[in-house]
Write a protein that binds this ligand. Sequence first.
Ligand code: DHB
Ligand code: FE
Length: 280
Amino acid sequence: MAKITAGVATSHVPAIGAAIDLGKTQTDYWKPLFDGFEYSKEWMKENTPDVVFLVYNDHGSAFDMNIIPTFAIGCAEEFQPADEGWGPRKVPVVKNHARLASHIAQSMIEQEFDLTLINRMDVDHGLTVPLSLMFGQPEEWPCLVIPFAVGVVQYPAPLGRRCYALGKALRQAVETFDEDLNVQVWGTGGMSHQLQGPRAGLINQEFDQQFLEDIVNDPETVAEIPHIDYLREAGSEGIELVMWLIMRGALNQKVVEKHRHYHVPASNTAVGHLILENPQ
Ligand code: DHB
Ligand code: FE
């Protein structure tokens, strides 16, 4: 059967992708950020999964104000990197495990999570930057990826509590798939950042550090954080953090924290990163 072995959380700032693509990772500005992902790349070599279920949000690339899905699962065979205004990133095409994606869609809808099924979609920095951070710059991504897009760009966004419950349903879905697969769940976005309005540039290190601690050891408390607190404490784009709760809900109550990294700033954003293993 398929098994969820680990969870990864990481911010997905587009400038991180540009720094990798333009060979700037060792500059004074970027080195401290990328140093925190050295362990992660080594860990990933030892723990390459068969499939990553990658929770992210689209930023007006595949979806716009015409269509705003709350929870959308990518069911196509593959997904091209999106053109976000300066040409698509020169990163590998993302290949799906379409049979597992279909199974997850069926199982989750039967568990009363009514997903939107996506058969054509380009994937933006929300998905490709985490892949680059964890895998570097390979010719091909070393595993299959199921894109799972969450609507956090336009309100109403889903509640943290709903995302946490969805993670639990996801686990049930994965564990009823008939192929022996090592599956990781990644939650991306965050941490505190605000890209707009009078508070643009807001970063709240105290909130972020508490979030990092609690999402590992007290996820139920994190699941109850209301939208207004994300907005006040973590800035308008801090709401991306609800996606980490899908990852966390898919793991055991008690997890092994393998790695934690926090760096401020990358572009306008506080970058947080966790690697959590399900005890075997
Ligand atoms: C930035 C961060 C994001 O999460 C994003 O989606 C776009 C921009 C930034 O810090 O510049
Ligand atoms: Fe974002």
